[in-house]
Design a protein around this ligand. Structure first.
Ligand code: NAP
Ligand code: MG
Length: 403
């Protein structure tokens, strides 16, 4: 075994819940700690801890990322009514991802991890489709109201001088629902900047789509800001790099993406990105074969897995069963964060380690050794379907050959 790789700045390590948390521990133990003198500042976002701290721990974790620059996050439970009961919570705490994203601002880029023996469901897709998801506002920062009976709903804006603008939303004759959402030009601008520069960095076309024909102020504002920034700052650089910026309606974009070869960055509003990234992940193989990074305009990075806590597998795990849960996205969250830390602190060893670990993962799967989710999709069929721990051990042995 070589000397362990030393780190200067700690990574902000954000632990989570259920099966994702179990895999988190295994990955650290077997793949990272043997090679790296791992420095982290640890925040435990297990649902019980969030409840104990009135969710302050989530805010502290996000603030730590603003101090150190790079975080790595495990999947966490976003409580709903059932979880409030299950964990006896003080309240239905907000999604930690939404809280962290609101503090860091920025854009979430999700990119599928391609391996030779898993063919995308869409047969003409040859290259990864990267999704750039705006991570601020809209329905994730909404205000909702349940209308119990007849009445008048109005949208009122009061400016600094106290002047009011009023619009009727709906005259209700009976029960219904209302939702108020917003976004900020500053956030949309940094979303656009992040997408244009990520497309340049990866040398891929950028597509952007909204529903501006219906939402003539809200969505049209997104479209306008993208156009303005493109014309003013990126048009020439895109032309030089031989890539294009393309705007179309969201429904048209969905159809075109399906018929494409892939290989583009698809910029999407918050909700569209949430939904489309899960669809793309499944079509490319599995949610567990997707990398995800939040890039903030202030230069902060948060790496995470795109999938959730894999609750159903956890129930089986608690029942004493071994599960074949796929740890690839958890591993790639760590490699992404370690590589970025290496880049920022000029520690080439960390970057090389990240490359080698990712290569060991890909090699394991291409050798036909995989978890059950991938075995369903593998072509040729899997040589060996393994439990999570066995998969990690197979990766560890291939990684070991590299050192
Ligand atoms: P999920 O945890 O992503 O799991 C949904 C299903 O997808 C699983 O039951 C499993 O299918 C499959 N799957 C996902 N990840 C997998 C993996 N690594 N390996 C193998 N199969 C995998 O979504 P969920 O069940 O809707 O949500 C569970 C909890 O996660 C919720 O409390 C939710 O709030 C939270 N969540 C957190 C995040 C986050 O922190 N980033 C994101 C999404 C959801 P099979 O059962 O068919 O094997
Ligand atoms: Mg989602």
């Amino acid at each position: 075994m070589p000397d362990k790789i030393q780190m200067n700045t700690p990574l902000v390590e954000i632990d989570g819940d259920e099966m994702a948390r179990v895999m988190w521990g295994m990955v650290k133990e077997r793949l990272l700690l043997p090679y790296i003198d791992l420095k982290t500042e640890y925040y435990d976002l297990a649902l019980q801890k969030r409840d104990e701290t009135e969710d302050q721990i989530t805010i502290e974790a996000a603030e730590a990322i603003t101090r150190y620059g790079v975080g790595v996050k495990c999947a966490t439970i976003t409580p709903n009514a059932a979880r409030v009961k299950e964990y006896n919570l003080k309240q239905e705490w907000k999604s930690p991802n939404a809280t962290i994203r609101a503090i860091l601002d920025g854009t979430v880029f999700r990119k599928p991890i391609l391996v030779k023996n898993i063919k995308p469901a869409v047969k003409n897709w040859k290259k990864p489709i990267i999704v750039g998801r705006h991570a601020y506002g809209d329905v994730y920062k909404n205000v909702e109201y349940r209308v119990e009976g007849p009445g008048n709903a109005e949208l009122i804006f009061t400016n600094e001088r106290g002047e009011e603008v009023r619009q009727t939303i709906q005259k209700f004759n009976g029960p219904g629902i209302i939702q108020g959402i917003h976004n900020l030009d500053a956030s949309i601008k940094s979303f656009a900047e992040a997408c244009f520069s990520y497309a340049l960095d990866q040398k891929v076309d950028l597509w952007f789509a909204t529903k501006d024909t219906i939402s003539k102020t809200y969505d049209n504002n997104f479209k306008g800001i993208f156009e303005e920034i493109y014309e003013a700052k990126y048009k020439e650089r895109f032309e030089k790099a031989g890539i294009t910026y393309f705007y179309t309606l969201i429904d048209d974009a969905v159809a075109r993406i399906i018929n494409s070869e892939g290989g583009m960055l698809w910029a999407l509003k918050n909700y569209d990105g949430d939904v489309m990234s899960d669809m793309l992940a499944s079509a490319f193989g599995s949610l567990a074969m997707m990398t995800s990074v939040l890039v903030s305009p202030n230069g902060y990075f948060e790496y995470e897995s795109a999938h959730g806590t894999v609750q159903k597998h956890y129930a089986r795990y608690l029942g004493g069963e071994k599960t074949s849960t796929n740890p690839v996205a958890v591993i790639f969250a760590w490699t992404g964060a370690l590589r970025k830390r290496g880049e920022l602190d000029t520690i080439p060893g960390l970057e090389v380690f990240a490359d080698k670990l990712e290569a060991a993962v890909v090699k394991t799967i291409e050798d036909g050794i995989m978890t059950g989710d991938l075995a369903k999709l593998a072509e040729p069929p899997a040589a060996k379907i393994v439990y999570t721990e066995e998969f990690i051990d197979e990766v560890a042995s291939r990684l070991g050959e590299e050192f």
